[in-house]
Design a protein around this ligand. Structure first.
Ligand code: NAP
Length: 248
C-alpha cells in the first residue's frame, strides 16, 4: 500500500515482538531494513529469514541502544555502508515493573538508559545524514501508560512519557530540515514483554479495552509504516495511539 522502495530503515529491537512485525512490514513496503538486536541472535536471524523468504531486503545490525559507544559504532558502520539512514524506528524497550517502594537505582538506570537515552543516542547518530538529504522519519515507540499511568509501572511509564517530550522537541528542532518525528503509543500487545501476565490480568485488560481484545504486533507496525511513508509528510510531533480504545 505504502511505497518505501529505496529507503534505508533501522528498527531497534527488530528481532522480536513489535520490532519484528515492524521490520517485516517496512520490508514489505520496499525498504531495506537493518534489524537491530542486543543479544537474541536466533530471534534476529528468524526475522531476517522471514523477510528474505517474502522477497524483502534486510540485514542484521547488532548494538546495545543503552550504550552510546555501541550505538555510535553500529550506526556509523551502517551509514558508511549505505550512505544514510532514512527511517529510524526507536522500538527497543524494556519494562521492569514494581511499585515505587521497590524501585532500585539499578532498574531505574537500566530502564531509562534503554527506553530514553537509547532513542536519543540513535537519533543523534542518524540525524546528520537525514539533514543532508532533507528527508527523514523518526518514529518512537511509547506506550498507553505514558498518558494513562499504571500502578506498578512507575519507572516504565515515566520513561515512556519522556519519549513523548523527546518526540515533540525533535519534531520542532528538525521540521525545517524535512524530518518528521512522531510517536506510536500501543496499548496491550501480545509479545514476549506481556507474555508473563497471568490470565486474570489479561482478562482485566481486555475488559478495559472497548475493542474487546489484545492487540497484535502487526497492528502497531501498520501505524509505523504509515508514519514512515510519503503519505504522512504533514504529520509531525504527534502521538498515534494503537490501543483498542483503552485510553481515549
Ligand atoms: P519485546 O517483545 O520484549 O522485544 C524487545 C526488543 O527490544 C527485542 O528485540 C530486544 O532485543 C530489544 N532490546 C531490548 N533492549 C535492547 C537494547 N539495550 N539494545 C538493543 N535492543 C534491545 O518487546 P515488545 O513488546 O515488542 O515492545 C516493543 C516496544 O513497544 C517497546 O519499546 C515497548 O516498551 C513498547 N510497547 C510494548 C507494548 C506491549 O504491550 N507489548 C505496549 C506498549 C509499548 P533482543 O531480542 O536481542 O533481546
Amino acid at each position: 500500500m505504502f511505497d518505501l522502495a529505496g529507503k534505508i530503515a533501522v528498527v531497534t529491537g527488530g528481532s522480536r515482538g513489535i520490532g519484528r512485525a515492524t521490520s517485516i512490514a517496512l520490508a514489505e513496503a520496499g525498504a531495506l531494513v537493518l534489524i537491530n538486536y542486543r543479544s537474541n541472535e536466533d530471534a534476529a536471524k528468524h526475522t531476517l529469514g522471514l523477510i528474505e523468504q517474502a522477497g524483502g531486503q534486510a540485514e542484521l545490525l547488532r548494538f546495545d541502544v543503552a550504550d552510546p559507544e555501541s550505538v555510535d559504532r553500529g550506526l556509523k558502520e551502517a551509514i558508511e555502508r549505505h550512505g544514510r539512514i532514512d527511517i529510524l524506528v526507536n522500538n527497543a524497550g524494556i519494562s521492569i515493573d514494581q511499585l515505587l517502594l521497590r524501585v532500585s537505582p539499578k532498574d531505574l538506570d537500566l530502564t531509562w538508559a534503554t527506553n530514553v537515552n537509547g532513542p536519543i543516542y540513535c537519533a543523534k547518530a542518524c540525524i546528520r545524514p537525514m539533514m543532508k538529504k532533507r528527508w527523514g522519519r523518526i518514529i518512537n515507540l511509547s506506550s498507553v501508560v505514558a498518558e494513562s499511568g499504571n500502578p506498578g509501572q512507575v519507572v516504565y511509564a515515566s520513561s515512556k512519557a519522556a519519549l513523548l517530550g523527546l518526540t515533540r522537541t525533535l519534531a520542532l528542532e528538525y521540521a525545517s530540515r524535512g524530518i518528521t518525528v512522531n510517536a506510536v503509543a500501543p496499548g496491550f500487545i501480545e509479545t514476549d514483554m506481556t507474555a508473563d501476565l497471568p490470565d486474570a490480568g489479561k482478562q482485566g485488560i481486555i475488559d478495559q479495552t472497548p475493542l474487546g481484545r489484545i492487540g497484535r504486533p502487526e497492528e502497531v507496525a501498520a501505524a509505523v509504516v504509515f508514519l514512515a511513508s510519503e503519505e504522512a509528510s504533514y504529520i509531525t510531533g504527534q502521538v498515534v495511539r494503537v490501543n483498542g480504545g483503552m485510553h481515549v
